[in-house]
Design a binder for this molecule. Structure first.
Ligand code: CMP
Length: 139
């Protein structure tokens, strides 16, 4: 059953470039309610666990280095059809393939530094949200 919640991270490149406000504005204007949110920095162990599904991929070491090099904004978002609608809002993994007006088209540099994360399923949204937030941090 759809939970209508998804999990996102504004990644270190987006934070470094000062895009937090613009991206949150776009998320809010697209009808998502913020359930939980914080500025935080992942440790190497955090990133290796969070991205364990990619550990055999050739880009894994670079991905861990990228995701730990500075702060991120982690958030749980709520909306009808949240997972699918958020992935539409952020656009394709590679910003070169992302549709006009999507967050990655507007703010991402490359397939590796792509500004924002969005969960790919309800199951992963719940796992990823619980990785970053306790129940008491969700409203
Ligand atoms: P995301 O889809 O949020 O989670 C996995 C991340 O791995 C992805 O964003 C990119 O940051 C990175 N990634 C995915 N595919 C590639 C690739 N082909 N080369 C480099 N990095 C990638």
């Amino acid at each position: 059953m759809a939970t209508n919640r998804t999990f996102t991270m504004l990644k270190p490149d987006a934070v470094e470039k000062g895009h937090i406000g613009a991206i949150l504005e776009k998320i809010s204007a697209s009808g998502f309610r913020i359930v939980a949110m914080k500025l935080t920095q992942m440790t190497k162990a955090d990133a290796e666990t969070f991205y364990a599904i990619h550990k055999e991929r050739p880009f894994f070491t670079d991905l861990v280095q990228y995701m730990t090099r500075g702060p991120i904004v982690a958030a749980i978002l709520e909306k009808d059809n949240a997972v699918e609608d958020f992935r539409t809002l952020i656009g394709a993994t590679n910003p070169a393939d992302a549709a006009e007006g999507t967050i990655r088209k507007m703010y991402a540099e490359s397939i590796s530094e792509n500004a924002v994360h969005g969960s790919d399923s309800d199951e992963n949204a719940a796992i990823e949200g619980a990785f970053h937030f306790s129940g008491r941090e969700q409203f």
